[in-house]
Design a protein around this ligand. Structure first.
Ligand SMILES: [Zn+2]
Length: 230
């Protein structure tokens, strides 16, 4: 396949195709939806519509679209994703963010179905803070893009560090990372964290310590460590 674009664009399309397949294999994406995008210079590489439902995320690099910042397709096979509005809104508004992922990650979906935030409970997820739910707007709407962007505003430092994420109630996860590696890593960490919170609440039923007991102990241990160090 020939490309009119810089070789970095071809490399990014190949990487998006590979990571999308990995996310599906790892059950972080499902056949029903999800999408990945990343900025390269002044173009955006983005998975196309039906990548899950018709291709089960087994996509070729030329099925990853190259679009401009308005979503106009410049190259690639397939139609624009129905959630492209959110990707474009985030990539246009937050210059430190280089990549956006939307996923129906199964453990996050429990919190989405309950319209509840996911607390940060491990060292590796403190940097994201609690993952908050945005006000409801239907899938594929411009209002959804506005609500997601509004909830990311104020989290720019998290994007610089790794990623900022939100839950769309009754739908799924949206996050923007400083680059594609950071965004991929954040999807894994946040779904893993959601699983821990679910499992820990089941453990509470079995008489184990609660998450709030353990979070207080974590904060105390951290403060004691800092006290010894200084
Ligand atoms: Zn979706």
């Amino acid at each position: 396949m020939s490309s009119l674009f810089h070789p970095d664009v071809a490399a990014m399309r190949a990487k998006i195709a590979r990571l999308a397949g990995m996310l599906y294999e790892r059950r972080l994406l499902d056949a029903a939806g999800g999408n990945l995008s990343a900025r390269v210079g002044d173009v955006i590489c983005m998975t196309s519509r039906y990548s899950g439902s018709k291709y089960q995320w087994n996509i070729r690099p030329d099925q990853v679209l190259v679009v401009d910042n308005t979503g106009k397709i410049l190259e690639g096979e397939g139609g624009i994703s129905r959630e492209a509005k959110v990707h474009l809104k985030l990539l246009n508004e937050f210059p430190d963010g280089g990549s956006v992922i939307h996923a129906h990650a199964p453990n996050v979906l429990v919190f989405a179905a309950l319209n509840q935030p996911i607390p940060a409970v491990l060292e590796q997820t403190q940097k994201f803070g609690p993952i908050q739910c945005v006000p409801f707007a239907p899938a594929h709407s411009q209002d959804l893009a506005e609500n997601v962007a509004a909830a990311i505003r104020g989290q720019e430092e998290r994007i610089k560090k790794q990623a900022a994420a939100v839950i769309m109630p009754w739908h799924g996860l949206f996050l923007i990372g400083k680059d594609l590696d950071a965004a991929y890593d954040a999807v894994e960490r946040i779904d893993g964290q959601a699983r821990i919170v679910i499992m820990a609440n089941l453990m509470k039923l079995a008489g184990m310590n609660t998450l709030s007991d353990e979070q207080a102990m974590y904060q105390a241990a951290l403060a004691a460590y800092e006290g010894v160090k200084h």
